[in-house]
Design a protein around this ligand. Structure first.
Ligand code: ADP
Length: 621
């Protein structure tokens, strides 16, 4: 990773901090209720999915008029049917009966029947004090006119139980999420009936999650999935086919589910189809929420802003300082973690943290800083490229120069060796002193020639690479040749070379290059071993590979140097302090040549015990 990203100057840190805080505040100022609505619904669904959304002991029961009821009565229930229904129902001692029917100003639009029955119905209602009819009508403070139906139905007690639909404000998606429980100091009916079960909520300030909006007090519905409340059909009640204590001390809501009019239904967090939930069931949810006083509480604004700022900080840091893939992974994890934690708080404690703002913070901060980072990195890599270009030009110049030099040195050395041989062969006797000097000249020029050859090979590898000239060869012959060539060197140090060569078939190799590989390894084994030690040279077939091993009892290679040993010009500290000569190119060339044959060269060494170099070549069967 680029270092400048890690070691940040304090002023950059402060700049980022300021940016993140500003972004957090700015993003929090956006109205994202629409998206937040979706996130709230997600959590409500998660709660239902986990099976934690059902009311434990519902105090509300539903009686529903549906298509079966119509079949049974051959029409929608008339006044006469309702009279029988109410007789049955009241005998079962409900706490309250709420008729969730649509009324217009003077009549029901849902109930028909002859006038006589209508009169009787009106009379009957007078005798049921705990029966109310819901209306959407909201009476304003100071309005003298009572909202009443026209005679004879003026005996009916109408009560405001408005539906709040997120149509024009809040999430604006048509979903019912709220309960309006007080308007201009007048209580709606839901808190009145709920207070019977839970007196705590008589005081509006005790209602959980309460907030003020357009002269009203509202809170959010603690939704229970469709079908959570005990539900009976109208005709079963009329026929006395429901359990005896089904309605005892309960709030009974009578409504219809005829799929006739979208006005009978609301959309819910669970579903956005038109007939997602009957109004009667929504009413049940609202009342149960107030009874349990379990409305979700929205986290206070400062906490939501703080979360957004934290997320902005994280995003800015991640975008500018981490590798892109890692950054994305971290941001993704942060998103998921946030969703999981907020769902946990919602499901466990009914606390609702904003998710829309932190999520937007991630996207905005990310897309704001990515181009900035790209520009910076582009500049960096351009600078790096320029530097690299210069370096490789210098490197090439160096290699060319060395090759040229070495080449020019080869001729004088060849001459020195030639002349030395001439003197050796001269019939005139040399003094022992002269012979010693001549030996030294011969060895030094040999060393120099080896060195120059290594450099030349290195130069050709660097400039155009080396071509393989493969022939079918018995590797053992090559090894034996190399051993023979080094026998003299070994004799000087009284080193014993033991050959353990298993017979094998010829394989395709470049004999010159392979001989060079073996030479370098054997020479090292002799060079870096003490006098009178042993060197083993082994060959064998192993699976699909041909193995050649050079093992010595020499000084070994320090553990820390092992990874570098095949690098060009590398020599260990331990040998640099000795008089043993070397270019540091032998192993580099050996590895290069072996890899050219698609083989591998490995080392196994421990200090003071010795080293083992293993060449493994693929057998091309
Ligand atoms: P050099 O010309 O120095 O021998 P090489 O590339 O052949 O260069 O080897 C690199 C270094 O690896 C040597 O300088 C030496 O430190 C170490 N080395 C190689 N072979 C052996 C060995 N058989 N025993 C101990 N050290 C070895």
């Amino acid at each position: 990773m680029d270092n400048s990203f890690q070691k940040l100057e304090p002023r950059y840190l402060i700049l980022r901090l300021i940016f993140a805080i500003a972004a957090g505040f700015l993003i929090s100022a956006f109205n994202l209720e629409y998206i937040e609505g979706y996130f709230l619904d997600f959590r409500i669904n998660a709660k239902a999915y986990l099976g934690l959304a059902k009311p434990i002991n519902p105090q509300v029961a539903l009686v529903i008029i549906n298509s079966k009821t119509v079949e049974k009565f051959q029409s929608e229930p008339k006044f006469s049917d309702h009279i029988r229904f109410l007789n049955q129902l009241t005998s079962m001692k409900p706490r309250t009966i709420i008729y969730e029917f649509r009324t217009n100003e003077d009549d029901f639009t849902d109930i028909n029947g002859v006038y006589k029955d209508k009169l009787e119905f009106a009379e009957q209602i007078k005798s049921i004090p705990n029966l109310v009819f819901s209306t959407q009508y909201l009476k304003m403070k100071g309005e003298a006119e009572e909202f009443k139906l026209k005679a004879p139905l003026d005996t009916i007690k109408l009560f405001s139980m408005p539906f709040t639909v997120d149509g024009k404000s809040f999430a604006k998606d048509g979903v019912s999420r709220r309960i309006m429980y007080q308007y201009q100091d007048q209580s709606m009916y839901q808190p009145i009936i709920a207070a019977y079960y839970n007196p705590e909520i008589q005081n509006k300030d005790n209602v959980r999650g309460s907030f003020y909006y357009l002269d009203s007090y509202q809170t959010y519905v603690d939704y229970h999935p469709k079908g959570s409340f005990p539900t009976y059909s109208f005709e079963d009640v009329v026929d006395g086919k429901v359990p005896k204590n089904a309605f005892e001390n309960k709030v009974v809501i009578v409504g219809s589910d005829l799929e006739k009019d979208p006005d009978d239904y609301v959309m819910t967090p669970y579903s956005r189809i038109t007939t997602a939930m009957t109004k009667a069931e929504l009413q049940a949810n609202q009342i149960q929420t107030l009874i349990d006083n379990s409305a979700p509480i929205r986290a206070p604004k400062p906490i939501n802003i703080a979360i957004t700022i934290l997320i902005s900080l994280l995003t800015v840091y991640v975008t500018l300082s981490l590798k892109p893939a890692r950054g994305l992974a971290i941001l993704g994890t942060a998103l998921i973690t946030l969703a999981v934690i907020s769902t946990f708080f919602f499901v466990s404690f009914g606390i609702w943290f904003d998710l829309a703002h932190p999520f937007l913070a991630i996207f905005l901060c990310y897309y704001f800083f990515i181009p900035y980072r790209l520009i910076r990195e582009n500049r960096k890599s351009w600078e790096y490229y320029q530097k690299h270009k210069l370096l490789s030009e210098v490197e090439e110049l160096k290699t060319n120069f060395i090759s040229m030099m070495s080449h020019d040195l080869k001729t004088p050395i060849a001459r020195i060796t030639g002349m030395t041989e001439v003197i050796y062969k001269d019939p005139q006797q040399l003094s022992s002193h002269q012979r010693e000097a001549l030996d030294t000249i011969r060895h030094s020029s040999d060393d120099l020639l080896k060195f120059i050859n290594a450099i030349l090979q290195y130069g050709s590898i660097e400039s155009q690479g080396v071509q393989l000239h493969k022939q079918s060869k018995d590797i053992n012959t090559l090894v034996a040749d190399v051993v023979k060539k080094h026998q003299f060197l070994a004799n000087v140090k009284k080193i014993k070379i033991i050959q353990e060569l298993e017979p094998m078939f010829p394989i395709g190799v470049d004999p010159e290059l392979m001989k060079q590989v073996f030479s370098n390894l054997l020479e090292n084994a002799i060079k870096y071993s003490p006098d009178e030690s042993t060197v083993w040279v082994r060959s064998r077939e192993e699976g699909d590979n041909l193995i050649v091993e050079f093992q010595d009892e020499g000084m070994g290679i320090p553990q820390v140097d092992l990874p570098n040993i095949f690098m060009k010009f590398f020599r260990t500290h331990t040998v640099k302090t000795t008089t043993i000569k070397g270019s540091g190119l032998g192993l580099y060339l050996a590895q290069y040549f072996v890899e050219l044959h698609k083989g591998k060269i490995t080392v196994d060494s421990s200090q003071a015990k010795g080293s083992k170099f293993t060449v493994s070549l693929p057998l091309d069967k």
